[in-house]
Design a protein around this ligand. Structure first.
Ligand code: DAH
Length: 343
């Protein structure tokens, strides 16, 4: 009796060893057939009561090893099936339509800067860019603003290293000195860039902002040239019909002026932003002071020129009706999205 059962057990072991399930389904079949609660291994254990007492122990060991063999095979095949599933590359549907993506938005500061570059580019001004960490010389002294000059107090300067007189430029006028130092006239540049002043942040002012500087040096440049250039700009930029130049003071220009554009007085907003006058201050300008030319290695007897400078944030706020300068630096996506597609 026992011999027959032992033979059966060995046959079962043989078929487990020979089984080679290749798919998930086949593996499941294997499990049900051998390991499951109604499987053959379970049945084999049931046979133990028919085995002679003196061989029960031997049979038990055999049955256990058959059970282990079945489980080992199951686990091995399962793992290898899983590993190959991990390696499977999902083939995308190449005929599926593409996913649409939204247009980005340019920052209003970039929009205005590009506009200004474009307007002056059309009359021959090229773009010059320079460093933001500047020497005292280029920011102040070369620009006719020596150390004891009261104008230095007007621009609250961030010093990087007090001893070496390195500072964050307070205006883009420093680019004038840099350019004149290495070029002889005719010079016709505009210099957009970031500037810094130690000012309290409010709706109107910030400690970092942007300016565009303009410089034209050649023979016989006159104040009339300056005026025509600025009128052209005011028309192109704002569609303004009139400009006016009010006498002013800057250390690097003589004479100096501030340019207003005629904005109009049609709406309540016009009244508010022009303080009821209809005129709006846009920029500072003037004829380059001969001292500046001399400081930068250009002969003031032979050449003359004009310069101007304006804050870009102010232009952006006017153009896009932005009420608080801080919006321009906070990168709030709800604000920036409004400029989507703008050029
Ligand atoms: N640098 C001046 C400022 O930051 C602006 C300025 C005024 C620039 C007159 C000029 C100029 O070139 O001629 O307020």
């Amino acid at each position: 009796m026992s011999a027959e059962i032992f033979a059966k057990a060995n046959t079962l072991l043989g078929s487990i060893q020979n089984a080679a399930p290749k798919t998930k389904d086949e593996l499941e079949q294997f499990r049900i057939e051998y390991i499951g609660s109604k499987g053959q291994v379970k049945k084999l254990f049931g046979e133990i009561r028919n085995v002679d007492n003196d061989r029960k122990k031997e049979f038990g060991q055999l049955a256990n090893s058959i059970k282990q063999a079945a489980e080992a095979k199951f686990n091995e095949v399962k793992e290898s099936l899983e590993a190959s599933a991990d390696n499977e590359i999902e083939v995308p549907d190449l005929t599926a339509p593409g996913e649409p993506f939204g247009l980005g938005a340019r920052h209003p500061i970039s929009l205005i800067t590009n506009k200004i570059i474009d307007i002056f580019g059309r009359i021959g001004f090229t773009v010059a860019e320079e460093r933001e960490i500047e020497d005292d010389w280029y920011n102040f002294t070369a620009m006719n603003t020596p150390e004891d000059h009261p104008a230095r107090d007007m621009q609250d300067t961030f010093y990087v290293r007090d001893d070496e007189k390195k500072l964050l430029r307070t205006h883009t006028s420093s680019v004038q000195a840099r350019i004149m130092e290495h070029n002889q006239p005719p010079i016709r540049i505009i210099a957009p860039g970031r500037v810094y002043r130690n000012e309290t942040i409010s709706a109107r002012s910030h400690c970092q902002f942007h300016q565009v500087e303009g410089l034209y040096i050649a023979e016989n440049v006159s104040f009339a040239d300056l005026k025509q250039t600025l009128l052209y700009f005011a028309k192109e930029m704002y569609g303004a019909s009139k400009i006016r130049l009010r006498p002013s003071y800057f250390p690097f220009t003589e004479p100096s002026a501030e340019m207003d554009i005629y904005w109009g007085l049609e709406s309540e907003t016009d009244y508010r932003i022009t303080k009821g006058t209809g005129w709006l201050e846009i920029l500072g300008c003037g004829m380059v002071d001969p001292n500046v030319l001399k400081n930068c290695g250009i002969d003031p007897e032979k050449y003359s020129g004009f310069a101007f400078g304006m804050g870009i944030e102010r232009q952006a706020m006017l153009k896009y009706n932005i009420s608080d300068i801080r919006y321009l630096f906070e990168n709030d996506i709800r604000f920036l999205n409004q400029f989507e597609g703008a050029l």
